[in-house]
Design a protein around this ligand. Structure first.
Ligand SMILES: [Zn+2]
Length: 235
C-alpha cells in the first residue's frame, strides 16, 4: 500500500501529490516541475510527447497490438475483453551521449587464435525509464522522439495521470553508462571471443526530462487478467 503525500506547488500554490520514492513532481495546474525535497524548480529541459488517441480509439490500438507478434494466441484479439484503459504520461530521461569503447581480445574461432583490437564509437539518444516501481509492465518502449515538444500542461488530458520521476539525473547518467557499456560489450563479442581489455569513454551531452504517453490496458483472456502498456508507434 502506498501513502500519498502532498506538498504545495512552489509556483501556483496548488496541492501536488506524490508517492514515497518519487523525487521530481509536476504540478497538474500550472505544469511547474519541482524537486520534491528542496521545492526548487527543476533545472533541466522538460519535454512531452502528446497522446493522439481518444479513449474510444484505444480499442483499435489494442486489437492491432494483439494481432501482431508470434508469441500471442491467434484468437487473442477476438476472444479477449478490454476491462480498463488508462492514459499515463510516463517519465523518461533522454540522455545524449557519445561512447567510445576500445578493446583488446582474442578471436578463438580460428586455429591458432588471433589477437585483435578495435574500437566501437557511437552516438546515442539514450532513454532511461525514470520509474523504479513495477506498477506497469516493464517492456521496451519505442518512444517516437520526433513528436517531442516543450512540456505544456494545457495539452495534458484531464483524465490522464502524469507520473513523477523516481530517478534523478545523475542516476539516469549512471544507468545510461552501464547500459551503453553492456550494449558495446555485446557488439564486441561479435568480433572477439575473449575480451582481455575494454575501456569506454563517454561524452555526455544534454539531458532532457521527458513525459511520454502510454496506455495502460487491462484485459481478460480465457479467465486470465493481464495488464499491458501500449505506446503509439512511429509511422
Ligand atoms: Zn502549480
Amino acid at each position: 500500500m502506498s501513502i500519498v503525500q502532498e506538498i504545495r506547488c512552489s509556483n501556483c500554490g496548488a496541492p501536488v501529490k506524490f508517492n514515497p520514492g518519487e523525487i521530481v513532481a509536476t504540478c497538474r495546474y500550472c505544469g511547474f516541475t519541482q524537486v520534491i525535497e528542496t521545492r526548487k524548480a527543476f533545472d533541466f529541459e522538460h519535454s512531452v510527447i502528446l497522446n493522439s488517441y481518444k479513449p474510444e480509439q484505444v480499442d483499435d490500438l489494442v486489437r492491432n497490438w494483439m494481432r501482431g507478434g508470434f508469441l500471442k494466441p491467434g484468437d487473442l484479439a477476438r476472444a479477449s475483453k478490454i476491462l480498463e484503459k488508462n492514459l499515463m504520461y510516463v517519465p523518461f530521461w533522454l540522455v545524449q551521449a557519445t561512447a567510445t569503447t576500445t578493446y583488446k581480445g582474442v578471436f578463438e574461432r580460428l586455429t591458432p587464435p588471433v589477437s585483435k583490437e578495435g574500437k566501437v564509437e557511437k552516438k546515442y539518444n539514450w532513454l532511461v525509464l525514470a520509474r523504479k516501481a513495477t506498477e506497469f509492465p516493464t517492456r521496451e518502449y519505442d518512444v517516437p522522439l520526433d513528436g517531442k515538444i516543450p512540456y505544456d500542461f494545457k495539452k495534458i488530458e484531464g483524465f490522464s495521470k502524469v507520473l513523477n520521476s523516481e530517478i534523478e539525473r545523475d542516476q539516469a547518467l549512471e544507468i545510461t553508462r552501464q547500459q551503453i557499456e553492456d550494449a558495446h560489450r555485446f557488439l564486441i563479442r561479435q568480433d572477439i571471443d575473449k575480451i582481455i581489455e575494454m575501456k569506454t569513454e563517454f561524452e555526455i551531452g544534454t539531458s532532457v526530462y521527458l513525459h511520454a504517453p502510454i496506455w495502460l490496458v487491462v484485459y481478460e483472456y480465457k479467465g486470465n487478467v493481464t495488464a499491458s502498456g501500449l505506446m503509439e508507434q512511429q509511422e
